[in-house]
Design a protein around this ligand. Structure first.
Ligand SMILES: Nc1nc2c(ncn2[C@@H]2O[C@H](COP(=O)(O)OP(=O)(O)OP(=O)(O)O)[C@@H](O)[C@H]2O)c(=O)[nH]1
Ligand SMILES: [Mg+2]
Length: 393
């Protein structure tokens, strides 16, 4: 037990000094007003004498607790950053600290050596090792498996990466990780190859390639598969949008109608019911604009189809994918079309999109040429793209 007296001008000053010298565990035992000693003291203002005490053992326990807490924080940080740090490599031999951390740690060491506490020294040394690892690895790559780096390099987002890695972890066979990876990714990609019939609606953000994809599909169905096709657009919003599709319709000699009002929608689809498939183009809408999405929904509800495809570009930023998928979810789309595969070299976004939407992929588009730059791909082919084993030129 340490007991100490403080002569101070106020209680505040006493508390500050006690905390600084004895620590926050110290308790005040007594306080009284006194005059300074000596003849001059008799005429001086009274001061405060505060007696405080602290239990040595408690202080030491606190310090141990503090070190354990810091160690835990460092450990957690390591786990978050490095995923599989097991603590084995954190021996004192690895210590090669940068200047700042050496200074901080030596403060700890001095007080510990004074106490002759071997356990504490060991713990601090372990902390040094761990801090050293974190500092020598600013990008957090140490401890990441090759597999994890491969997934990250393919632009797969964190959630999808975690999902893949945990699926691989619970697979109990002797195959190589690479083989397991392919199987896991392939199982995550669902493809919808059903024939296009009745009313087929394409929706999606602005500029992703809806109209071009409609023209490609029309070309494929009418010119190659020799089917009777009708074209409808409700995009009377963007200047030139109607003319864009009318041009394709004229070249392919396909009936083409423009729908201006919700009231006309049902009737126009009805009038084309002798077609094998009616392809309906829509206005590109900002997924964050609920009004625009609701307006679009009012049109689509009149079409009464379960052939709604959300068109989204492969070049969409990971962070925007979820917003688009969520924004359009109220339109109850059935499939995903991913466009502009030719504009990127990493295809992780394909899996990010499909995982976020939880819908199958129907088509991919691979360039601006109508009608040839559109195709269906198997989950095996898409897996190769996602894992960087194939590329679209
Ligand atoms: N590189 C590439 N460009 C494409 C592809 N598909 C469409 N485009 C181009 O993307 C641009 C926009 O295409 P649109 O078909 O007008 O896109 P949209 O979604 O109808 O656009 P809005 O109607 O304005 O919402 C055009 O320049 C197309 O040629 C593709 O697969 N690859
Ligand atoms: Mg368009």
């Amino acid at each position: 037990m340490i007991i100490k007296k403080y002569k101070v001008n106020s209680m505040n000053e006493a508390i500050t000094r006690i905390k600084y010298e004895l620590g926050s565990e110290a308790v005040i035992i007594s306080q009284r007003k006194i005059r300074k000693k000596g003849i001059l003291g008799f005429f001086s203002k009274k001061i405060l004498e505060v007696t405080a005490a602290v239990d040595n053992k408690k202080r030491e326990d606190n310090m141990n607790y503090g070190i354990k807490t810091i160690k835990k924080i460092v450990n957690d940080g390591m786990k978050n950053n490095l995923l599989d740090v097991d603590g084995k490599d954190t021996k004192a031999e690895n210590i090669d600290l940068e200047q700042n951390s050496t200074r901080t740690n030596s403060l700890y060491e001095n007080s510990i050596v004074e106490k002759n506490n071997d356990d504490l020294i060991k713990e601090v040394q372990q902390m040094k090792g761990m801090l050293n690892k974190i500092m020598s690895n600013p990008y957090g790559n140490v401890g990441k498996s090759e597999l994890q780096l491969k997934l990250e390099n393919s632009d797969l987002n964190q959630n999808v990466t975690k999902k893949i890695l945990s699926s691989i972890n619970i697979m109990e066979d002797d195959r190589k990780d690479e083989e397991k990876l392919k199987e896991v990714v392939q199982n995550m990609i669902k493809v919808d190859n059903k024939e296009l019939s009745n009313a087929v609606v394409l929706i999606g953000p602005t500029g992703v390639g809806k109209t071009t994809t409609i023209a490609k599909l029309a070309g494929r169905l009418a010119l190659i598969e020799k089917k009777k096709i009708g074209l409808i657009t409700i995009d009377t919003y963007r200047i030139g949008a109607v003319e864009q599709l009318r041009t394709y319709a004229d070249i392919m000699n396909i009936p083409f109608k423009v729908v201006f009002t919700i009231k006309d929608m049902e009737k126009t689809v009805q009038n084309m019911k002798d077609c094998d498939a009616i392809l309906i183009d829509t206005t590109g809408r900002n997924s964050k604009n609920k009004m625009q999405i609701s307006e679009l929904r009012a049109f689509i509800d009149k079409i009464k189809t379960d052939n709604i495809h959300l068109v989204i570009s492969c070049t969409t930023k990971n962070r925007d994918i979820d917003a688009i998928i969520n924004g359009y979810s109220q339109l109850n789309y059935n499939d995903i079309i991913i466009t502009k595969l030719d504009e990127t070299c990493t295809y992780g976004s394909i899996l990010n999109i499909l995982q976020s939407a939880k819908k199958p992929i129907s088509f991919v588009t691979t360039g601006q040429n109508v009608p040839e730059d559109i195709k269906t791909m198997s989950s095996e082919e898409l897996t190769k793209l996602v894992l960087g084993e194939d590329i679209i030129c």
